[in-house]
Design a protein around this ligand. Sequence first.
Ligand SMILES: Cc1cc2nc3c(=O)[nH]c(=O)nc-3n(C[C@H](O)[C@H](O)[C@H](O)COP(=O)(O)O)c2cc1C
Length: 194
Amino acid sequence: MSILEGPLRKAHRLLAPRVAYLIGTRSPSGEPDVIPVSNATSVSTDPQQVLIAVMKRWTTHTNLQHGGGFTLSVPTSDQAEGVWRLGARYSGFVTPDNATKLVASGLKFDHAASEHGPVLVTGLGWLSCRIVARLDLGGDHALAVGQVETAAFDKQAFDSDASPQRDLNPLMQVTGNRFTTAGTSYTLPYHAPR
Ligand SMILES: Cc1cc2nc3c(=O)[nH]c(=O)nc-3n(C[C@H](O)[C@H](O)[C@H](O)COP(=O)(O)O)c2cc1C
């Protein structure tokens, strides 16, 4: 491998592609918001906890500071245009308010499934999480850790043990406005019985 010494401020671009999850929240007055967030990962399986990183200048950050939790939905690659619209302040999609943005995304949300925010009805699944930690590490993003209270999986894609039944096609952001999805999956044998 010949090494290109890249710009330090673009280092995060090596951590790609990443799934573009949808984070649902509510404002203190109850207005729902849904935005794509690729800075998200599982940080505990017992209990189930997920970490998200959200820019401090976004409305979602304010909602996470005041609200008790958030939802995380997993869109499929054919929902890219709707997800791009939901990332309005990044993609430049202009609407008068978030309610209009959600409708204009063309994606279908359930507003009653979680008290924390809307969930995507037609994706690979969704989580409803109660915030158990908020972290400010001094950067431009703030972190929220959510403990999963409800998990919903698309029955066409997962079996009763939440194992994928087929290749999944989550929407993944490479960087900026470049997207991809996962390829064909395969298995390796375990080296010892589990
Ligand atoms: C694919 C994609 C991934 C994104 N990932 C993040 C992220 O991980 N963290 C973040 O703070 N913003 C991320 N954004 C930007 C926000 O989604 C976007 O600026 C949004 O409009 C903020 O809206 P709000 O002010 O209503 O919260 C992403 C945008 C896109 C399109």
